[in-house]
Design a protein around this ligand. Structure first.
Ligand code: HEM
Length: 209
């Protein structure tokens, strides 16, 4: 857990700094992600990095029961920030895909667009169900949103582990090798599936009890 938390903090710091630099400087000589002459594309992609970093730090805190019960107001305020941040992160990423496309083309576009679409749906469901007073539904969608927010970190952790183990087998610089293609979806779909299984098992136990 400590290693995971430290990697999360390190990636969030990297992402926030990258985003801030992209919002304030001309990074055309530094990264292909910067679009010379398109303030809109740059605003979309670099603000998604800043807000993405923020939600990655806040979302895990929302799951700590002791913090929730001791500071309910802080939980609600932070919850709003996470929902708002998730919406901007998802819309920013989707806008960049629509305007520029990802480095690897249609397959990666599809994987990341589905990722952004799911994050958007989960964020809207979290706030809708909280407003409707549907506590259990709110909790389920909050967990789905959590998995999606952490997906961005999991994507980098998959790569780190893979490179340590195989020295980058089946991965290319343009992210279109066999390993990369699996990763377009593998950083969130399997984890969402595991969560669904756990939620279903929980429902069965609750109804049986
Ligand atoms: C916790 C949330 C997120 C964080 C912290 C985050 C952070 C980043 C960072 C730092 C980059 C720059 C590449 C790198 O240096 O690794 C990036 C690229 C990108 N992100 Fe995100 N991101 C998040 C969520 C999303 C979502 C939800 C989408 C989906 C629409 C998305 C779409 C993209 C795209 C399309 C790129 C450029 C890929 C390429 O062509 O290289 N991100 N993100």
């Amino acid at each position: 857990m400590i290693v995971l938390a430290l990697s999360g903090l390190a990636f969030a710091t990297y992402s926030a700094r990258f985003g801030m630099r992209g919002l304030s400087l001309d990074l055309s000589q530094v990264t292909y992600i910067y679009t010379p002459g398109s303030a809109f594309a740059n605003l979309a992609v670099f603000s998604h990095m800043v807000l993405g970093a923020l939600i990655m730090v806040l979302a895990p805190l929302q799951l700590i029961g002791r913090l929730r019960s001791r500071y309910p107001l802080a939980h609600r305020m932070a919850g709003r920030v996470v929902v708002f941040g998730s919406i901007i992160t998802a819309v920013g990423g989707l806008t960049y895909i629509a305007l520029r496309g990802t480095v690897a083309g249609p397959g990666m576009d599809a994987g990341f667009a589905l990722y952004g679409g799911l994050m958007l749906v989960a964020a809207l469901q979290v706030v809708r169900l909280a407003r409707a007073g549907e506590v259990d539904g709110h909790r389920r969608w909050a967990l789905r949103l959590f998995v999606l927010v952490m997906g961005s970190l999991i994507y980098r952790l998959h790569y780190t582990l893979w490179f340590i183990l195989t020295d980058g087998l089946w991965s290319t610089e343009n992210l279109d090798g066999p390993f990369d293609q699996v990763q377009y979806f593998a950083f969130y779909l399997p984890y969402l599936a595991i969560l669904e299984l756990r939620l279903r098992r929980q429902t069965r136990t609750d109804t049986a009890g």
